[in-house]
Design a protein around this ligand. Structure first.
Ligand SMILES: Nc1ncnc2c1ncn2[C@@H]1O[C@H](COP(=O)(O)OP(=O)(O)OP(=O)(O)O)[C@@H](O)[C@H]1O
Ligand SMILES: [Mg+2]
Length: 321
C-alpha cells in the first residue's frame, strides 16, 4: 500500500476500512460545502480546522479539496505533486474511484486531495452532460464511511463550486466581518438558490462562520447585527437560507492559524490551546450538536422571489480596527 501523506504517522487508505457495528454514525454523511467566491476569507482554514475539530470530537471526517490551489491538501501536510490519485481523477476518469485517492491522515480525519491539474477540470468538464454531478457521483461510495464530508471550494462560482453545491446538503459560508464582504453574499446566496432549484432541491445554507474576527470593534459588531437581521427576515421566506444563522463562536484573528499551514499541521497539531484552536474546537462542537432540518419543504418554482441583497445601508464604522 502506498500513500502520499508527508507525515510519518502512517496514513492509511480509507478503502481498507469497514464500519464497525458499534459505530453510532448515521448511515449517511453530513455533506457541507464551505463556499464563498471571495478569495482569502478563511474557507480553507475553516475546512481544515473545523474538520480536525470534528475528528477530535470523534466524528469521522473527510475533507475534500476542490480547489486547484490545493491549499487544504498542503495544510494537511500532503504534497499535491506527489499524489497517485486525486479528486481530479475522481471527477474526470470514469474508471477511477474516489476511494483510491482518499488518504487517512489523522485518527478520524481523511483527505480527498487536490492537485494543480484540477484547474483543467473546469474546461474538461464543460461539455460533459453530467458536468455538475461528477462530484456527487464520485462521493457516493464514501458516504457510509464518514460522519462529515467538508468540501473546500475554490474562490469562484465556476463548475467546481457548482459540483460542490450539487453534492452537498448544506452550505456554510466562511466570511470576514467587513461591510465589503457582505456585498458578495447576495450573489453567493443567489447561486445557491439557482442550484437548489435546478440540481439539488434540498440544499440549505446552514450559516455563516465569521473568520479573522475582531470582536472588539463596532464595525464587526454591526456586520454581525446586519447578518442576523437578514437571516431573521429569511425565516419566513421559502429560500435555502431560511434556517441560516451566524455560527458561534466567531473565529478570532490569531496568527497561529496563519502559521500552521506552512508546517502541514492543523491548529490542533500546532498549538492545541491557542485562541484559534479554542475557537475551532468550540465551533466543531456547535456544528456537531445541531441537527439539520430534514422536514423542510423543497423549494417550489412558485415560491416568491426572495430579496437576496443584504440590507446594509449603514456607512462603514469609523471605529478603530
Ligand atoms: N482566524 C485567522 N487568524 C489569522 N489568520 C487567518 C485566520 N483565518 C485565516 N487566516 C489566514 O488568512 C489567509 C486566507 O485564509 P484561507 O486560505 O483560509 O482563505 P480562503 O478563503 O481559503 O482563500 P482562497 O479563496 O484563496 O481559497 C491565510 O493566510 C490564512 O492563514
Ligand atoms: Mg482556500
Amino acid at each position: 500500500m502506498t500513500h502520499a501523506g508527508m507525515h510519518g504517522a502512517g496514513p492509511d487508505r480509507a478503502a481498507g476500512r469497514s464500519p464497525s457495528p458499534q459505530d453510532t454514525r448515521p448511515s449517511r454523511s453530513r455533506i457541507i460545502a464551505l463556499m464563498n467566491q471571495k478569495g482569502g476569507v478563511g474557507k480553507t482554514t475553516t475546512t481544515v480546522n473545523l474538520g480536525a475539530g470534528l475528528a477530535e470530537l470523534g466524528h469521522s471526517t473527510l475533507i475534500v479539496d476542490l480547489d486547484p490551489q490545493a491549499h487544504a491538501t498542503l495544510h494537511l501536510g500532503v504534497d499535491p505533486d506527489g499524489l497517485e490519485s486525486s479528486v481530479y481523477d475522481a471527477l474526470l476518469d470514469p474508471e477511477a474511484s474516489a476511494l483510491d485517492a482518499v488518504l487517512e491522515l489523522r485518527p478520524k480525519l481523511a483527505l480527498l486531495p487536490a492537485e494543480v491539474n484540477l484547474a483543467a477540470a473546469e474546461t474538461e468538464l464543460a461539455s460533459a452532460p453530467d458536468r455538475q454531478r461528477r462530484l456527487e457521483s464520485a462521493l457516493e461510495p464514501l458516504l457510509d464511511l464518514f460522519d462529515f464530508v467538508l468540501i473546500d471550494c475554490p474562490p469562484s462560482l465556476g463548475l467546481l463550486t457548482l459540483n460542490a453545491l450539487a453534492a452537498a446538503q448544506e452550505v456554510v459560508v466562511p466570511m470576514q466581518s467587513h461591510f465589503l464582504a457582505l456585498q458578495g453574499v447576495g450573489k453567493l446566496l443567489e447561486t445557491v438558490r439557482l442550484v437548489s432549484r435546478g440540481v439539488n432541491e434540498s440544499l440549505l445554507v446552514s450559516g455563516v462562520i465569521l473568520c479573522m474576527h475582531d470582536e472588539n470593534t463596532n464595525h464587526a459588531r454591526e456586520v454581525v447585527a446586519d447578518l442576523e437581521a437578514f437571516f431573521e427576515e429569511a425565516k419566513t421566506q421559502n429560500v435555502p437560507w431560511r434556517h441560516a444563522k451566524v455560527y458561534r463562536p466567531a473565529v478570532r484573528r490569531n496568527i497561529k492559524l496563519a502559521e500552521c499551514p506552512s508546517f502541514g499541521q492543523t491548529i490542533f497539531d500546532y498549538a492545541a490551546w491557542c485562541p484559534g484552536a479554542l475557537d475551532y474546537r468550540a465551533l466543531a462542537a456547535s456544528i456537531a450538536a445541531e441537527r439539520i432540518e430534514k422536514s423542510v419543504e423543497p423549494l417550489k418554482e412558485t415560491a416568491p422571489t426572495p430579496e437576496v441583497t443584504i440590507r446594509n445601508t449603514s456607512a462603514p464604522s469609523t471605529s478603530a480596527r
